[in-house]
Each structure stands twice: as structure tokens, then as C-alpha cells.
Design a protein around this ligand. Structure first.
Ligand code: 1CP
Length: 346
């Protein structure tokens, strides 16, 4: 099978231009997504393979990204384990009851993950059938720590009072939950890979709320275990942690192939520390997309020059795309990445 640009860059092979996809590329900034969401609520879209496939393909049709990312949410795992999940308009996701005791943790099931999340495997098969070889399909999961944060807090929060109190006062209880999640996530990603996902990304969105000296113990070690357990399947693993350069450096030594670089981290520094061992993905500050075309071009050029002709860079934002960025700016971004990187790589 001929490899696409994304997979070539993952394996640090030479490419004629830098591949690009963007985190949260399927979603609210797209009018065709908003139109579909007027007819179906969010969880229905996630759980109906035809709808999830359609939404996954929308940004590919519009922008020709080099990779598609499965349309789903990180919170389908807690739901499959038995927590009740609702998406409340303007309040974000709510999980109930929140997990705050060993008894509540014991009620969570992991042996039914494959059965409960079959709809994801079905969506992946449909998407793979629609994509040409030019576009890779990425599956994903939240990291154990990030999922634990939602499961313990029960809803989005700024202070993480419950998970951080548990970490300090009942560390063993938190580890019990993280271990259970690690098994569930590994099974879930295997299911996605077996259904046709060509790479998988772990979103460690809340890893950065951990003090650095506790990051290995409560997040990085679990990410490394998942990456190690998936190696035998032969599909690349991408680790993305929102924690800045210090947290990123703690992912050294993992068996992942790609490290996602968040927007707070200097890509040049990340490259010095982590490349060529890992391919790097990132890291345009998403708010640059609110700026003028000139600013977008300038920032794209700055980032692409860091790799120049070297392989092992996948262009992406340094976190998800905000829902209200002008579409023409996304178009301009893609065009500039294509154009400038082709020039640099001549
Ligand atoms: O109203 C809507 O249509 C729902 C908005 C929405 C969307 C489009 C949510 C609710 N989730 C998603 C899709 C989604 N979520 C994808 C789809 C694929 C793509 O990237 O195109 C992915 C990968 C996610 C992952 C996700 N969900 C993360 C990790 C990534 C990140 O941005 O750091 C997190 C933290 C979530 C939780 C979540 N789901 C939805 C919301 C609003 C939130 C955040 C809640 C909070 O503020 O804590």
C-alpha cells in the first residue's frame, strides 16, 4: 500500500511537502457541521456510525487534510463504563454520579468496552471505505488522567478540586481508577486499530494541571504503558499533552512514534530535545487563526522553517481549533502550509 504524507512524516521518511491536519477539525467552525447538528444532538451523531462518518469526512472534503480524525468524544469511555453522560448546552459535558469512592469505582465495568463501543468500530469501517489512500485515519482516546478528571469532577472545572484532593489525600484510590482506565483505553484503542484506524492519538488535555514532580506518577507513566501495550499492533501512537515544554520532556523514553507539541511550547526547543527520536506534531497557536492572512503566513513560515527540509514534522495547531474562527483563514492556513513547505523542501 502506498503511504500517504501523514504516515510518511510519522515514520520520518522524506516528504515533498509537510502534511497537515488540525485538532478538532470536525466541529462547530464548519457550517455543514452546524447544519447537521441542528437535526441531531451531539451524542446521537457520535453513536450513529453513518452520521459520525459524515462529520469526520466534512473537513476532508472542504480542506483536503492529510489525515481524518474519527468523530467522537473522549467521554464515550466513561459512559461505556457505566457513568451517565449528558452534553448540556452551554455547560459542557456532565458525568454522573461522580466517582469519589472505591465503591463507586468498583461499579465501573471494563469488560464490556468492546461491546458498548462497537458503534465506534462501525464508524471507522465506514470512514475507511470512503477515504482514499491519500488520507490517513486517526483514532483517539483521552488519557487516563484526563478521563479521570472528568469522571471525578463530574463536569468541566477550573480548579480540579476533587481530583487534586484525591491525589493528595487518597492517592491509591486515584491510582486504582487510573489503572482501570488504562486497561479500558488500551482495549478501546485496539478496537479502533482493528477496525481500521491507521494511527491513534492520546489527548492528555489536563496533564498540565499536575505539578511537574507528580506528572510521571499520575499521567506520563500511564501514557507510556498504553503506548507500550499497543506496540505489537504496529500502528503509530501520538501522545499529546497540554502541559508546556517541561511536561513534554517527561514523555521521553515512551514507545510512541509522535509527540504532539502544544502552543505554549517552543517548537524549535522541542525539536532539539525530542527529535529525531520522535516525529513532532504542531504547534500553531490556535488564536493566530483570528488574525490577518499576513500574520497566519508569517507564523506558518516561522514554524515550517524549523524543520526546513528535515522530515518528521506534521503541521497542526497547538490545541483544538476554536469554534468561531473564519473559514477563509483555515483555507489560507492550509494553502500556505502546502505552498511554503513545498518550496522549502525542493
Ligand atoms: O456542540 C457540539 O457539537 C459538541 C462540541 C464537541 C465536539 C465537536 C464536543 C463536546 N466534542 C466534540 C468532538 C471531539 N472531541 C473530537 C472530534 C474529532 C475532531 O477532533 O475533529 C475530539 C478529538 C474530541 C476530544 C475531546 N473532548 C477532548 C480532548 C481534546 C482537547 O481539545 O483537548 C476533550 C477535553 C473533550 C471534552 C469535551 N467534549 C465536548 C466539550 C465541549 C468538551 C470540553 C469540555 C471542557 O471544557 O472541559
Amino acid at each position: 500500500m502506498s503511504e500517504n504524507l501523514f504516515l510518511k512524516a510519522v515514520h520520518k521518511k522524506p516528504v515533498e511537502r509537510t502534511p497537515i491536519w488540525i485538532m478538532r477539525q470536525a466541529g462547530r467552525y464548519l457550517p455543514e457541521y452546524r447544519a447537521l447538528r441542528e437535526k441531531h444532538d451531539f451524542l446521537t451523531v457520535c453513536k450513529t456510525p453513518e452520521l459520525a462518518a459524515e462529520v469526520t469526512l466534512q473537513p476532508i472534503r472542504r480542506f483536503g487534510f492529510d489525515a481524518a480524525i474519527l468523530f467522537s468524544d473522549i467521554l464515550v469511555i466513561p459512559e461505556a463504563m457505566g457513568q451517565n453522560l449528558e452534553f448540556l448546552a452551554d455547560h459542557g459535558p456532565k458525568l454522573s454520579p461522580p466517582i469519589r469512592s472505591q465503591a463507586e469505582l468498583d461499579d465501573l465495568r471494563i469488560n464490556t468496552i468492546e461491546e458498548k463501543l462497537q458503534y465506534v468500530a462501525e464508524a471507522i469501517k465506514l470512514i475507511r471505505n470512503e477515504l482514499t489512500e491519500k488520507t490517513a485515519l486517526i483514532g483517539f482516546s483521552g488519557s487516563p488522567f484526563t478521563l479521570a478528571a472528568y469522571m471525578i469532577e463530574g463536569k468541566p472545572t477550573r480548579h480540579f478540586k476533587y481530583i487534586k484532593s484525591m491525589m493528595y489525600s487518597q492517592p491509591q484510590l486515584l491510582h486504582n481508577l487510573l489503572k482501570k482506565l488504562t486497561r479500558a483505553i488500551t482495549d478501546y484503542l485496539k478496537l479502533q486499530i482493528e477496525a481500521g484506524a491507521q494511527a491513534v492519538q492520546l489527548f492528555d488535555t489536563w496533564g498540565g494541571i499536575l505539578p511537574l514532580h507528580l506528572y510521571d506518577e499520575f499521567s506520563a507513566n500511564y501514557l507510556k504503558k498504553i503506548a507500550a501495550d499497543l506496540q505489537s499492533l504496529g500502528r503509530p501512537v501520538i501522545l499529546f499533552s497540554m502541559g508546556g515544554p517541561d511536561h513534554l520532556s517527561h514523555l521521553a523514553g515512551s514507545l510512541a512514534q509522535v509527540l504532539g507539541v502544544d502552543w505554549q511550547t517552543d517548537l524549535e526547543q522541542a525539536k532539539i530535545v525530542m527529535h529525531p527520536e520522535y516525529a513532532l506534531q504542531g504547534n500553531l497557536d490556535p488564536t493566530v487563526l483570528y488574525g490577518s492572512k499576513e500574520i497566519i503566513t508569517r507564523e506558518v513560515e516561522r514554524l515550517l522553517k524549523i524543520f526546513g527540509k528535515e522530515s518528521g514534522h506534521i503541521f497542526n495547531l497547538g490545541h483544538g481549533i476554536p469554534p468561531d474562527v473564519p473559514l477563509e483563514n483555515v483555507e489560507h492556513l492550509v494553502q500556505e502550509v502546502h505552498c511554503i513547505s513545498s518550496e522549502l523542501r525542493k
